[in-house]
Design a protein around this ligand. Structure first.
Ligand code: PLP
Length: 348
């Protein structure tokens, strides 16, 4: 006998209208520049399959991935000339793959510039390091003949502290402006989500938001512009009554002082619900609060059902995933909260 595929006990709902809204808001805040989209790490964990076609239909036509292994998925939804690979080529094979598919490598070093040119050259992007000291050619290498021989679409740099009011922002803007005057390129790009909020002088021709597309708020200016995109629900897989003196979970970190009704939720650290939620984490059901009890384990967490004693196995509870608040509760960054969401969610 054939059985239906088993139902899942975790749901990750993508609010499509919020995602479109966020891209449009970031595009508007980018002024004359066009907003692209960072879709690396499977669109920050939300799923390239849902995110890329929606952003494409909303108006995005510049997409950024980090790894070569991420290209194939994105290519199913958008033409190669709209895709940039931020890590750039490490080998001749990477260059061959770029040419075979038509996606653009981001050249990050004199080594990569030479590799790209020796294997045939062609249109590429160029990352200039203006102060983050991560990827990118240095300001002193702008005149290198390997670099000046490149045919550049997007000349870009990346801000280190755009989510703070740091003097480094202005310094990086000045250095990038200097780089733009010495390196010819079709388009220029400096700002990611937080950089967009710094003002239109940071926007240039293309912006590269990631986090804020998906509901992250790295600067207060974005608070009223950005809507929550990811909503998480988990099923109760058991409800039980415990007595005074009974403890809950590994290492007995919670002990009941009175009779309680508790629920076991199908959500654990293997799903990205890390133990950092333990201090102060509260799940919800229709506005009622369900405090976490004891340690979160790999596949389960236990909640107090006092506020909703009628709940039973198979009912769904909500995980509060408004990113600024969740970051406050857990001490994790908004980026981490998105990208750690695991593979057991049904992505809706
Ligand atoms: C990840 C990344 C982005 C997107 O940044 P957000 O802060 O998520 O908006 C933009 N540019 C580069 C180079 C990146 O690595």
């Amino acid at each position: 006998m054939q059985a239906e595929p088993p139902g899942r006990t975790l749901r990750l709902r993508l609010d499509r209208s919020a995602l479109s809204h966020n891209w449009q808001a970031l595009d508007r805040l980018s002024g004359a520049a066009n907003a692209g989209a960072a879709v690396k790490a499977d669109a920050y964990g939300l799923g390239v399959n849902a995110v890329v076609p929606l952003l494409r239909d909303t108006g995005a036509h510049t997409f950024f991935v980090a790894h070569w292994s991420e290209v194939a998925d994105v290519l199913r939804y958008t033409p190669p000339e709209t895709i940039s690979v931020l890590h750039g080529p490490l080998t001749g094979n990477d260059c061959a793959y770029a040419r075979a598919t038509g996606v653009r490598p981001v050249i990050n070093s004199v080594y990569q510039a030479r590799l790209w040119r020796e294997t045939g050259g062609g249109l590429c992007d160029l990352m200039v390091d203006t102060g983050i000291n991560r990827l990118g050619i240095g300001m002193s290498e702008l005149g290198d003949h390997e670099v000046s021989g490149l045919e550049i679409d997007i000349l870009m740099s990346h801000l280190a502290s755009a989510d703070e009011d740091s003097q480094l922002n202005g310094k990086q803007l000045a250095r990038f402006t200097q780089a733009c005057s010495s390196i010819p390129a079709r388009r220029r790009s400096l700002a990611s989500s937080a950089g967009i909020a710094l003002g239109k002088e940071y926007a240039f021709d293309v912006t590269r938001p990631g986090l804020s597309l998906y509901g992250g708020i790295p600067r207060p200016e974005l608070k009223r512009e950005i809507r929550q995109v990811a909503q998480i629900e988990a099923a109760l897989i058991q409800c039980r009554n415990i007595s005074p003196g009974d403890s809950v979970g590994y290492n007995a970190k919670f002990t009941a002082t009175e009779a309680m009704r508790v629920g076991v939720v199908s959500l654990g650290y293997a799903d990205g619900f890390l133990r950092s939620w333990n201090t102060g984490g509260i799940l919800r059901k229709d506005g009622a609060l369900l405090p976490l009890l004891g340690r979160i384990s790999m596949d389960m967490a236990v909640v107090d059902l006092a506020a909703v004693p009628h709940l039973r196995e198979g009912d769904w509870v909500e995980v509060p995933y408004y990113l600024p608040d969740a970051a406050q509760t857990t001490g994790l960054s908004q980026y981490e909260l998105l990208t750690i969401l695991g593979h057991r969610f049904q992505r809706l």
